[in-house]
Design a protein around this ligand. Structure first.
Ligand code: COD
Length: 302
């Protein structure tokens, strides 16, 4: 089982080089990460955005972007559209969000005419390397779906297990997070978690996927807490995937892992025709590089 996000880079290096369309590339950290990924042989960048600003940033960083394909476009929605169209016309293998609001890019991805929809739901999956946890934590969905219903959550889990499978997992433990372990009809997260667990027991998910819930966060990630509360389950204290009830919970847990727990991360949108690398502006260029490597690994499956 992989333990470090740097392993993603090593794996991606061994695979075929992918064409990466960067929507609104005029951002220092994005450009650095894309350049590093290119130097490592992971991607061939297609830079789409404001080229005056991009060239200036490249000069300041002391990197050469001469060899990369470049499309000069100032409007952000247009940059997103071009990136999406590059994938639909098979000129790119996956997309990365640059200096552009997430919802602008996602609206283009969802465009009915040229977008990248599938039958699946698009959802955000983050991988965290947490110093105090014994393995990766996959967190979903803290980036796209606001208040998913039960059907959405089924698809969100399936998207996340696909990421785990791509990383070589064959046993995947999913904790459906709520505020307590007992079902309370007034707390919809507990009701959904209980339903998901039953669906999993009925074989609705792939072999090797185990869902338990409702589980509060402490029981999901701490065997000690589970023991104290007398809660027995294969998932408790050993969760791979944390399925959160809504975007605020996911966003809050994710940012806590980064800022309070010093975690490294990689993030991606699943469920579209190709993966979409979606990281926060404040994320380090390492997080962006890991996310590119992850995107490259997932697009290898297509
Ligand atoms: N997967 C597939 N199709 C979707 C999804 C999805 N997750 N979400 C919406 N759609 C489809 C709908 O079926 C519909 O056909 C069309 O898209 C528009 O749907 P709306 O009107 O519900 O959606 P929008 O356009 O208002 O918003 C979609 C966004 C993805 C832009 C929205 O969900 C959003 O802003 N999400 C949060 C993104 C964000 O800001 N993240 C930052 C925090 S890290």
């Amino acid at each position: 089982m992989l333990k470090y996000l740097t392993d993603l880079i090593e794996i991606a290096k061994e695979q075929t080089k992918k064409r990466l369309a960067v929507a609104a590339c005029q951002d220092e950290e994005v450009l650095r990460a894309v350049h590093e990924a290119a130097i490592s042989g992971i991607v061939e960048p297609i830079l789409i955005g404001d080229m005056d600003k991009t060239q200036m940033i490249a000069r300041e960083l002391g990197i050469s972007i001469e060899a990369y394909e470049k499309i000069d476009v100032k409007e952000l929605d247009k940059a997103a559209e071009i990136a999406v169209r590059h994938v639909s016309s098979d000129k790119a293998d996956f997309i990365m969000k640059g200096l552009i609001d997430t919802s602008i890019l996602l609206k283009e991805v969802l465009n009915k005419e040229y977008g990248l929809r599938t039958d699946s739901l698009l959802s955000h999956v983050m991988i965290y390397e947490v110093p105090s946890y014994h393995k990766f934590v996959f967190l979903t969905d803290g980036g796209m779906n606001l208040e998913p219903n039960l059907d959405d959550k089924v698809k969100i889990v399936k998207n996340a297990t696909k990421v785990c499978k791509a990383l070589g997992y064959d046993r995947i433990k999913v904790a459906a997070i709520a505020a307590k372990e007992k079902v309370n009809p007034k707390m919809i997260a507990t009701v959904h978690a209980d339903e998901l667990k039953k669906m999993c027991n009925d074989g609705l998910f792939e072999n090797g996927v185990i869902i338990d819930g409702p589980l509060a966060l402490d029981l999901a990630v701490s065997k000690e807490a589970a023991k104290i509360k007398g809660y027995n389950s294969e998932v408790a204290g050993d969760a791979d995937i944390l399925l959160v009830p809504n975007i605020e919970t996911g966003n809050g847990i994710g940012k806590s892992l980064t800022y309070f727990a010093n975690s490294q991360s990689a993030g991606i949108i699943m469920g579209a025709k190709v993966p979409i690398v979606l990281v926060s502006r404040a994320d380090s260029h390492e997080a962006k590089l890991y996310s590119i490597a992850l995107g490259s690994m997932i697009s290898e499956l297509n």
